[in-house]
Write a protein that binds this ligand. Structure first.
Ligand code: NAD
Ligand code: UDP
Length: 385
């Protein structure tokens, strides 16, 4: 049966140039596009480990609809050709792990702003549609975080709900290099918006709010550097797999809303297939119902991991560390991130579905199945020598 868009029109197969397709979000988006649509993907990345299962063997049912192009968009003249022969470009490429923002601020700014410039330019010059991945971090801190701790206004949603069209972007000082990422993302958003206003670029900007699930980041010492610091899901998974306490940065008081990657990908597919409803918009994509403090997340992950692994939790499951010790100089944090869903609801009729417990259960089942054996061997090795 032909698939139809939200207005009942038949969806025509399109060619999508997906930059950063080999990453966490890209791998899930490629999977969705291959298994549920007839679109073709030109998958651009420097790595392809996370999409290998979609590229090989040749007998896969979508053979011919996905092509991998190993290239670095910093310096490769093939990029414009790929954008030109596509109907839509999706840019996911970025350095996007907080441990890098204050320790590699130059790489962070180049990756998130300078390297994205040619992508925007080629789309604008060739009249191609662009879906660009920004971040919820462009909101920075909430207005409420500047009120006295005991102020009743802190409970008023007007002081913390993040709205695409009205909330300000509040970053810390320049010395707090944590904000190099948010600031670079904000400037590329403004540039894209201006290309839309002045040159008619057809764009959609996505602001993900802590999308998590299988294949996110890496487990240090297994499929990434042993000294590397991934995002919180992979940090806590690593601690659980190694039976170490989970490290709570500055008491784990910051609040986040986590959304299951598969729910979020549904929203992206709606944007891809409903250009008239998605173009010219900035969309929050998150799950306002899944809010926890980082400490609560640690407690829930400990419980869920016990259930899926059959191993009892260790005696002291968490330990406090200072942000300076964990991330180094220049770290700062977003206090609270609750997305307003009005715009995405109105334009695309989309809502997230999966509860935090359920998404952690499926994700930690995957982590356990994928890494538990490798960790056991890595731990056993030194003593065997
Ligand atoms: P990821 O690191 O898993 O994926 C990014 C991919 O881009 C990687 O595979 C990387 O190799 C590739 N890449 C980076 N620089 C490149 C270059 N110069 N040339 C070619 N490929 C390059 O990250 P992700 O979680 O999938 O995030 C994708 C996008 O979404 C990013 O722009 C990120 O800022 C944004 N985002 C994600 C989240 C989230 O919750 N996961 C939150 C906020 C924003
Ligand atoms: N965090 C933590 N312990 C860890 C890793 C992260 O307490 O091992 C905290 C971090 O300080 C932040 C939150 O978890 O408050 C989310 O961090 P993440 O790296 O996932 O990205 P962010 O949401 O800040 O972009």
């Amino acid at each position: 049966m032909a698939r139809v868009d939200l207005d009942g029109n038949t969806i025509k197969p399109m060619t999508i140039c997906m930059i950063g397709a080999g990453g966490f979000i890209g791998s899930h988006l490629c999977e969705k596009l291959m298994t549920e649509t007839q679109h073709t993907v030109l998958a651009v990345d420097v790595y392809n480990d996370k999409i290998k299962h979609l590229l090989e063997p040749d007998s896969l049912p979508w053979n011919g609809r996905i092509q991998f192009h190993r290239l670095n968009i910093k310096n490769d003249s093939r990029l414009e050709g790929l954008i030109k022969c596509s109907d839509l470009t999706i840019n996911l490429a970025a350095i996007c792990t907080p441990a890098d923002y204050n320790t590699r601020p130059l790489d962070t700014i180049y990756s998130n702003f300078i390297d994205a410039l040619p992508v925007v330019k080629y789309c604008s010059e060739n009249n191609k549609r662009l879906i660009h991945f920004s971040t919820c971090e462009v909101y920075g801190k909430t207005i409420g975080s500047f009120l006295p701790k005991d102020s009743p206004l802190r409970q008023d949603p007007a002081y913390y709900i993040l709205k695409e069209d009205t909330s300000p972007c509040i970053f810390g000082s320049v010395e707090k290099q944590r904000w190099s990422y948010a600031c670079a993302k904000q400037l590329i958003e403004r540039l894209i918006y201006a290309e839309g206003a002045e040159n008619g670029l057809e764009f959609t900007i996505v602001r993900p709010f802590n999308w998590i699930g299988p294949r996110m980041d890496f487990i240090p010492g297994i499929d990434g550097p042993s000294e590397g610091v991934p995002r919180v899901l992979a940090c806590f998974s690593n601690n659980l797999l190694r039976r170490e306490p989970l490290k709570l940065v500055d008491g784990g008081e910051s609040q986040r809303t986590f959304i299951y990657i598969k729910d979020a990908i549904e929203a992206v597919l709606l944007m891809i297939e409903n250009p008239a409803r998605a173009s010219g918009h900035i969309f929050n994509v998150g799950n306002p119902n899944n809010e926890v403090t980082v400490r609560q997340l640690a407690e829930m992950m400990t419980q869920v991991y016990s259930k899926v692994s059959g191993e009892e939790a260790i005696e002291s499951p968490t330990i406090d560390v200072s942000s300076k010790e964990f991330y180094g100089e220049g770290y700062d944090d977003s206090d609270k991130r609750i997305p307003d869903m009005t715009i995405i609801n109105k334009q695309l009729g989309w809502n997230p579905k999966t509860s935090l417990w359920d998404l952690l259960e499926s994700t930690l089942t995957y982590q356990h199945r994928t890494y538990a054996e490798a960790i056991k061997q890595a731990i056993a090795k030194p003593s065997a020598n």
